[in-house]
Design a protein around this ligand. Structure first.
Ligand SMILES: Nc1ncnc2c1ncn2[C@@H]1O[C@H](COP(=O)(O)OP(=O)(O)OP(=O)(O)O)[C@@H](O)[C@H]1O
Length: 261
């Protein structure tokens, strides 16, 4: 198949990753269609974060292939993968604490445009940059915190800013690592809604432990066990899958889904 012929936003083919003698990812396959929201779940140590690190370019696979919209990305540097249209949140570490919310968003927009525009064109496009930053500010519902230094935001607000920074460049594929970790129940509910809105029309992968979030957010669930994707399907089908029930917290999945209705 030619590289551009893929129907998938993100595709992993027989991906393996070893650290020393330990094989952590053992032939993972995954094919995510454009616009799908996917929760990656699995027991502690199953390899979920390692998969994200492979997709986002922090690690190169030992073997196998990864495609972003049909373009091969395995082995590329994180910034190249970002430029190709994949953005990953890094749990607040992308935030500049001493800049205001608006300046943080503006920096992200500038950074994402920096590759495409020369400095002079860049200056002439300042209005566009500001407009895009204002739009992001509204999307993440932080208009009232526009001029607040990021360091003074609440935790949930910082997570919202992080999402704004992650989507600033218009990436079509977004990776979020436990986006609601550390939030209260009411914050989590609001945040799931926010994530649904800002990722509308984009492809989303999220590593998640909270089953309420999984069922509130995901169109599909990828179950990772011992470095393999043992199931990838709708929440209902994954819940009913005997392999999943046998291998991984079938009862918790069932309980969480019952609770989510
Ligand atoms: N850079 C590394 N060097 C060596 N071993 C690693 C490295 N990164 C991850 N591992 C190992 O890979 C295994 C899978 O770790 P990973 O963090 O991907 O699991 P996980 O499914 O995300 O777990 P959790 O749900 O607990 O976050 C673990 O045994 C971990 O110790």
């Amino acid at each position: 198949m030619s590289e551009q012929a893929s129907h998938y936003a993100l595709e992993l083919r027989a991906v393996r990753k070893s650290f020393g003698k330990a094989e952590i990812i053992c032939g993972a396959d995954l094919a995510v269609r454009p616009g799908e929201r996917v929760a990656v779940i699995g027991p502690n140590g199953a390899g979920k974060s390692t998969l994200f690190n492979l997709i986002s370019g922090r690690f190169a696979p030992s073997s196998g292939e990864i495609y972003l919209h049909g373009q091969r990305i395995d082995g590329k540097q994180p910034f190249e993968i970002n430029r190709a249209g994949l953005s990953r949140s890094f749990q607040i570490t992308n935030i500049f604490p001493k800049l205001s919310v608006f300046e943080n968003l503006r920096c992200s927009v500038l950074w994402s445009m920096g590759y495409r525009y020369s400095f002079l064109r860049f200056l002439s496009r300042m209005d566009d940059v500001n407009a895009r930053a204002e739009q992001l500010l509204a999307q993440i519902r932080l208009e009232r915190r526009r001029d607040t230094l990021a360091v003074n935001l609440t935790y949930a607000e910082q997570r919202a800013l992080e999402i704004g920074i992650t989507i600033a460049g218009g990436a079509s594929v977004i990776l979020l690592d436990e986006p609601t970790a550390g939030m209260s129940n009411s914050e989590t509910g609001r945040f799931i809604q926010l994530i649904r809105e800002v990722t509308e029309g984009r492809t989303l992968l999220t590593v998640e432990h909270d089953m309420g979030v999984v069922f509130g957010l995901a169109d599909k669930i990828a179950v990772v066990v011992y470095g393999e994707v043992i199931a990838f399907d709708t929440p209902e089908r994954v819940r009913a899958d005997p392999r999943v029930q046998e291998a991984y917290l079938g009862s918790s999945v069932a309980d969480a889904q019952a609770g989510a209705h």
